[in-house]
Design a protein around this ligand. Sequence first.
Ligand SMILES: [Zn+2]
Length: 184
Amino acid sequence: MNMICPMCDQGVLREITFTGDYAFNGGRIVVSGLKGCFCDLCKSDPILSEQITENQVLIADAKRREMGLLQSKEIRAIRLGLGLTQHQASDLFGGGTNSFSKYERGEVLQSAALDNLLRVAASIPEVMSQLKEHHRGDRTASLYSVPIAPNVLIPSGRDVNIGFAKGMNFKRFTNSGWTKGRAA
Ligand SMILES: [Zn+2]
């Protein structure tokens, strides 16, 4: 890491690790190994965005340990072991759009119910076929079979019912984020 300090524009930032202390579940959790930067010249200590991303996982995992939940890497390992993309896992297990991306990045903690389901799905193969079977009856199952490039920004307000069968659920990305729709 060799970055000029954004605060004083002269010093060189060096990476530091620190220990954070957070209120959680009526108590406190202490998380060590968090990353940040320090400028020896102006003494400022900015945290870069990629460090925030890494710290987020460490903090979420500490909370999960406290609650006896699967860690970020374990969730990812189970998902990959089941042969699912993050989108497919979010769709199949529920929890909302991009839920697995959020769990794995430590942005959101999984519920205890989902945690249990993941453990069961990971150890009993029949669970997956049951889930998929159940899912087929769900109309929103078509959502992820509709290919939409996630980085295509469609100006909000514009009708995007292109090529969808009538009555089919779809998602579109507008300036306000992902919204669900149904082709008319
Ligand atoms: Zn500085």
